[in-house]
Design a protein around this ligand. Structure first.
Ligand code: PAF
Length: 256
């Protein structure tokens, strides 16, 4: 496995690689959910590429960016085990040489759900994903359905801009108690982590969104949203982080 941070070096290398290339973009702090995407990418493609880049343009809360977990050495070992051939770790100066003057904005669905209270979040996501797809030039790119809104927005962006890549949505991987795997789970305070299992249990119940919201409140969560659309129920809650005063935002979605 080769680790590269220089994009020109990668672009030179890319010219000699086969077109059947799979790509998994991440912000690191890899968990079993990421590893399932990486294993699938390695199985379905000749070459498999992972990017690790904590993208500042998608964080509207500087504290969230600061607290984003960093487990690089473990990530690299796990990536190698999962069959990754190349890891790209670009630097801001190269990736955003334009100073973020150019942005990819979706004007409707990105304003809903996670976009409502996180202005600019999906513009940051779509912009970095388009840059990474253009740099890596994969045949297939893998996205987890835990971030279902992100998956739909990326899939539709690729269609809207006629980008030659298949966006593959992969099922959410869960902890034994049902909590969707997320890098942010590492930041949960011990009792909040135990309580977080109730999130998935509650949103799966055959109740209205309003009733689910009440149940989440009763379970002690601060509710950001509970909304059903696209055949799914989406929810986001805020709970306690392990540092004093820190909060952790968790999202999940289920088919209805
Ligand atoms: O899902 C993520 O980890 C990020 O939003 C992504 C797709 C890597 C873009 O920074």
């Amino acid at each position: 496995m080769k680790v590269l941070s220089d994009l020109s070096q990668w672009q030179d290398l890319r010219r000699g690689l086969p077109s059947e290339l799979g790509f998994v973009p991440t912000m690191g702090a890899l968990h079993e959910g990421h590893l399932s995407l990486l294993r699938r990418s390695a199985t379905e493609n000749k070459i498999s590429v992972l990017s690790i880049y904590v993208n500042p343009t998608q964080f509207n809360d500087p504290k969230d960016l600061q607290n984003y977990p960093d487990t690089l050495q473990q990530d690299l070992a796990a990536a190698e085990q999962a069959g990754v051939d190349f890891v790209l770790m670009p630097k801001y100066e190269q990736l955003y040489a334009d100073g973020f003057r150019y942005q990819v904005t979706e004007t409707q669905f990105s304003e809903k759900l996670c976009g409502r209270n996180r202005p600019g979040h999906f513009t940051g996501v779509l912009t970095v994903v388009m840059k990474l797809l253009n740099i890596v030039r994969p045949q297939r790119a893998y996205f987890g359905k835990k971030d279902y809104q992100q998956y739909l927005l990326v899939r539709d962006m690729v269609d809207a801009f006629f980008m030659p890549v298949d966006i593959v949505g992969c099922d959410t991987v869960r902890e034994v108690d049902g909590l969707a795997m997320s890098s942010r789970n590492l930041n949960l305070e011990t009792s909040a982590r135990k309580q977080a299992a109730r999130f998935y249990e509650i949103i799966r119940a055959p109740l209205s969104d309003a009733e689910i919201r009440c149940q989440l409140n009763d379970a002690g969560f601060q509710v950001d949203y509970v909304e059903s659309c696209h055949g799914r129920r989406f929810a986001a809650i805020v709970t306690r982080g392990k540092n004093s005063g820190q909060t952790v935002r968790l999202i999940d979605n289920v088919a209805i």
